[in-house]
Each structure stands twice: as structure tokens, then as C-alpha cells.
Design a protein around this ligand. Structure first.
Ligand code: NAI
Length: 345
């Protein structure tokens, strides 16, 4: 474990098993910060192997630490992954067993929804533990603020990378038009951008074509388009040995977590002259808008958007540091986050 390439001095890793309930899960707490607790999503996904699940939980929890540190929130980063197919295996016994497992961590970890889990699932987990945010009875939707944050990120990257202020006529290829991707598109289109969209869910593409006049492309073609911006808003590891060589964009900026297959791919993008905007900076809008307690039902979205503008400030610092140190923005952002984490003690 300690030799694992994605192990980054994580404070605590728990492996949970409840055979009767069908639960196999891992919680990784990367850091707990000064207030002694950590937070992060629970992903339920049919991982092909335990190794894939471990790799994902190590990387997601570390990215969560970086994200919270950069936005200045006093909590550490953590993540839970459950090895299961949410469509087939998710059940009340499984979620309640997960709730009991989380409770055994005694408040060192507070769970929230992520890919494969919903606010209703958080409600079920809350039957077993109070260490939950984002329950359906109490929470609002954070994806509009996350989408707005990615839009702010694209605007900042355009100014920095291309010296361009206007989005009028900007060509953007969007991979995944789910909750966040769709919300990001709303802002881009309002400013005059032209969109190409791909999604494995046909209904999601139909919705974007109808609402935004976006052009439909296949999930394979999306990498090959000659556009200004490629915006990955679906799954991780999409920037890899196979795809980077195909990209014909100037900027990569999107919401998906862990877009880089490995850290070295940030340098591969830089060598190709593509400005890669670190995912854990631009997808922080939800957490900035909602705070660590999660969005309350009646939370003020206009205020959340206003707070999310902070992403422009953080990115500007990241780009300046990258230039000064002659490194990629990803390396600069990781360095900045580590300094902030160290300063929290
Ligand atoms: P979502 O599940 O609503 O949307 C994801 C979309 O991607 C779905 O429409 C899905 O059909 C599509 N998709 C899946 N595989 C695909 C593929 N291979 N090619 C094209 N499309 C594909 O999820 P959401 O909430 O929009 O999140 C998107 C990404 O942003 C995820 O990686 C998530 O971890 C990340 N994120 C989300 C936040 C939030 O506030 N919801 C906050 C921070 C990060």
C-alpha cells in the first residue's frame, strides 16, 4: 500500500466489507486539516478490479484535499468508493451498511453524493450516521454553481492563454452534458459560444441540442474536433496516451475529476502547446458556493455564483506561478495546494 504510485501520505484508509449487504467499499482520508475532519463524495461504480477502485479513491481524496485547500475551506479531503453497479446493486441494506461503516470512523469523515449516489441515498445513509451532507430533505443542487465555476475557468484561461476577452464565436467541444456540463453550456451559449456535444446518454445530447443549438457528435469524435476549448465533463482519465495526440484544441477546461490519466500527462499536454486548466481548481464552484456543510435547500444561488468568481482569482495565481516556475498549471496548482495544506498544520 505504502508503495502504491497514487499513495500520497494519506492519513487513513479503511476497507469495509459487509458480505450480507453486498458492501465492499474503501474510504480514503487524505487529510483532516486543523478541525480534525474531512469531507468528500461517495462514488458507487462497477470497478473492473479492486486495484482500479483503490487507485480512484486515492486520487479522488487527494484532489479533494487540494480543492478545499485552494478555496480556503478548513476541512481535509476524503472519498469513499463502493465497488458495485449503482443501477443493479444499490439497495437499502447496502446503503445502511455503508452508513454504519462511515459511523465507525467517528466523524473523521463526512460523506456527500458523487457519481452513482444521490441525495436520496444520503438520506438512507443518514438513518445510520449523522456524518452526512447533501440529504434530499435538506439540500439544494450544487451542480449549477459547479457549472458556473467551469465557465469562469474557461473565461480566465482564454484571457491568460489567448489574450481573448470575448466568448463570441468561441468553439467548445463538451464531453458529457449531465448536471454540470449542461449548466456550464448555459453560460457559454449566453456569451455567444458555439457548442459540440457528446454523451453516452442520447437524451442528454437531445436536451443540449434543443436548448443550445449545439451540434451532436459521437463520443469517439469529440476528441478530434478542431475547436478552441475541449471541456471534459463526464469521467476521469480521459487525457491519456491515446487521446492527447488527437486533441486539436488550444485549451482543456472541464468539470470531470481526475482528467489526467497520470500526473505526467500534464507535461504531455504542455509539450503539445495545449493549456490544461487543473480540474480540481475549476470544479470547485459547488463547494465554494455551498461551503463544507453542503448546499441547504433554501441556499441563495446568486450568492453562490458570486462566491464562485473566486475561481478566476485562484487560477490567475496558478497561471502566474506556472509561468514563474516554468511548469504546467497542474504542477503549479498542486504545489500551491500543498503549501496551503502545510500551513493549516
Ligand atoms: P452527471 O452524471 O450528471 O453527468 C455526467 C454525464 O456524462 C452524463 O450525462 C453521462 O451520460 C455522461 N457520460 C458518461 N460517460 C461518458 C463518456 N464516456 N462520454 C461522454 N459522456 C459520458 O454528473 P455531473 O454531476 O454532471 O458530474 C460530471 C463530472 O464532474 C464528474 O466527473 C464529477 O465527478 C465532476 N464533478 C461534479 C460536481 C458536481 O457539483 N456535480 C462537483 C465537482 C466535480
Amino acid at each position: 500500500m505504502f508503495e502504491h504510485p497514487d499513495f500520497d501520505d494519506h492519513q487513513h484508509i479503511s476497507f469495509f466489507c459487509d458480505k450480507k449487504a453486498g458492501l465492499r467499499a474503501i474510504t480514503a482520508i487524505h487529510s483532516t486539516s486543523s478541525i480534525g475532519t474531512s469531507g468528500g463524495g461517495c462514488r458507487i461504480y462497477p470497478y473492473v478490479s479492486d486495484g482500479d477502485a483503490l487507485r480512484d479513491v486515492l486520487r479522488l481524496s487527494r484532489a479533494m484535499s487540494y480543492k478545499l485547500a485552494l478555496v480556503g475551506l478548513p476541512a481535509g479531503g476524503a472519498t469513499t468508493v463502493v465497488i458495485a453497479d449503482p443501477a443493479r446493486d444499490k439497495s437499502e441494506p447496502l446503503l445502511r451498511a455503508l452508513g454504519r461503516a462511515i459511523h465507525r470512523l467517528g466523524g473523521k469523515y463526512v460523506v456527500a453524493a458523487d457519481v452513482g449516489t444521490t441525495p436520496e441515498d444520503m438520506e438512507m445513509i443518514a438513518q445510520e450516521t449523522p456524518y452526512v451532507v447533501g440529504r434530499s430533505t435538506t439540500s439544494g443542487d450544487t451542480s449549477p454553481a459547479t457549472g458556473y465555476g467551469v465557465y469562469v475557468g474557461i473565461k480566465t484561461a482564454l484571457q491568460h492563454g489567448l489574450g481573448r476577452d470575448s466568448l463570441d464565436g468561441l468553439e467548445v467541444a463538451v464531453q458529457g452534458v449531465g448536471a454540470v456540463g449542461y449548466n456550464m453550456c448555459r453560460h457559454l451559449v449566453r456569451d455567444g459560444a458555439k457548442l459540440w456535444v457528446a454523451d453516452v446518454n442520447r437524451g442528454a445530447v437531445d436536451r443540449a441540442v434543443e436548448a443550445f443549438g449545439a451540434k451532436r457528435v459521437s463520443v469517439e469524435e469529440i476528441y478530434d474536433l478542431e475547436v478552441d476549448v475541449f471541456a471534459p465533463c463526464a469521467m476521469g482519465s480521459v487525457l491519456n496516451d491515446e487521446t492527447i495526440g488527437r486533441l486539436r484544441c488550444k485549451i482543456v477546461c472541464g468539470a470531470a475529476n481526475n482528467q489526467l490519466a497520470t500526473e505526467k500527462h500534464a507535461d504531455v499536454l504542455r509539450a503539445r502547446g495545449i493549456l490544461y486548466v487543473p480540474d480540481f481548481v475549476v470544479n470547485a464552484g459547488g463547494i465554494i458556493g455551498a461551503g463544507i456543510g453542503g448546499a441547504q435547500k433554501n441556499y441563495d444561488q446568486a450568492q453562490a455564483f458570486e462566491r464562485t468568481e473566486k475561481i478566476a482569482e485562484i487560477l490567475t495565481e496558478v497561471f502566474a506561478r506556472a509561468k514563474a516556475k516554468d511548469v504546467s498549471p497542474h504542477v503549479a496548482a498542486v504545489g500551491l495546494a500543498k503549501e496551503k495544506l502545510a500551513s493549516f498544520g
